[in-house]
Write a protein that binds this ligand. Structure first.
Ligand code: PLP
Length: 296
């Protein structure tokens, strides 16, 4: 693509997400961001029924593509959607990034829905746009704990509640952020009904206890984070021990530091959890952030 053709907001529709595009159409194509692309009878519009992924691209390079696509496949399976074609999605993601004007940080969102009622054909699209300015969040977050209302046994006892699936029904995840703002904070750490720290509404918890780095076990119903995997790889290369371990909010409050990790916002240190101030290691935060962005 000619660089003058590059756009600031890119939409790629992916009719071939399940392998064969209907009526011999191309597997994916660039589409106009400012004109309607979805039918009101798409199950995502009527029921929020679908799954998604948000990837980061840093200096034009997408990070952790395969882990994100594998997690999309996992989320799709959890809501009984067929497995998407990962080769088509990989090519479509590359096309979306290539079509965007060069920027340092790009947010690339891939959505897969149950499709239009009665068709049995999932709808899929990719939206790439310049990332918002995450500098304030990366400097530190005031976080409050909020009850998620689900126990750590929910995945085993009630898998239909979809704990740990990245579904497009994120209204609750957004509602808790508004609740945080009402209470003078910026972010939320979900707590299970049996009293354990879980994850943020769009992020994974990382905690330093003495010399060990800990995150919430995926088995209790949190999303398996791609960022925490990158962070653990970097920390292990630095000789640090990393593990999945359940912690109470009280243990997080007496830790040597805690972060909320995610693919776009990278590593955000928690400066306060409820009213308790936590230590912040800026250099380590930057190193973890670089590892998540694929810069180290
Ligand atoms: N947990 C939840 C609920 C999320 O929505 C996200 C990302 O959006 C994460 C954790 C972090 O995942 P990742 O590190 O793959 O971006």
């Amino acid at each position: 693509m000619n660089s003058s053709d590059r756009r600031s907001d890119v939409l790629v529709m992916v009719p071939g997400v399940m392998g064969a595009a209907p009526d011999g159409a191309e597997a994916f194509h660039l589409a106009a961001i400012d004109s309607p692309q979805l039918l009101v009878t798409d199950f995502v519009a009527t029921r929020g029924d679908g799954v998604f992924e948000t990837l980061g691209a840093f200096d034009g390079t997408l990070v952790n593509v395969r882990p994100h696509l594998e997690r999309l496949t996992r989320s799709a399976a959890m809501i009984d959607l067929p497995a998407p074609d990962l080769e088509v999605l990989t090519a479509a993601l590359d096309a979306a990034v290539a079509a965007h004007e060069p920027v340092r940080e790009l947010t690339v969102r891939l959505s897969l829905t149950r499709g239009v009622e009665g068709t049995d054909e999932p709808t899929c699209w990719i939206h790439a746009r310049t990332a918002e300015d995450y500098a304030p969040a990366r400097a530190g977050l005031r976080v409050i704990t909020l009850d998620r209302g689900l126990s750590t046994t929910a995945p085993a006892t009630s898998p239909w509640l979809l704990a740990g699936a990245k579904t497009l029904s994120y209204a609750v995840n957004m509602a808790v952020l508004r609740e945080a703002q009402r209470r003078g904070a910026e972010e939320v750490l979900f707590v299970s009904s049996d009293g354990y720290a879980l994850e943020g509404p769009t992020s994974t918890l990382l905690v330093q206890r003495e010399d060990r780095f800990l995150t919430t076990p995926v088995s209790v119903g949190v999303l398996p984070g791609t960022s925490v995997t990158s962070a653990f790889d970097a920390l292990r290369a630095m000789g640090r021990q990393c593990a999945e371990e359940l912690l109470t909010p009280a243990q997080v409050k007496e830790s040597q530091g805690a972060w909320l990790l995610s693919s776009g916002r990278l590593a955000c240190p928690i400066t306060h959890l409820d009213e308790v101030e936590l230590p912040v290691d800026r250099e380590l935060t930057a190193r973890i952030g670089d590892a998540i962005a694929g810069r180290s």
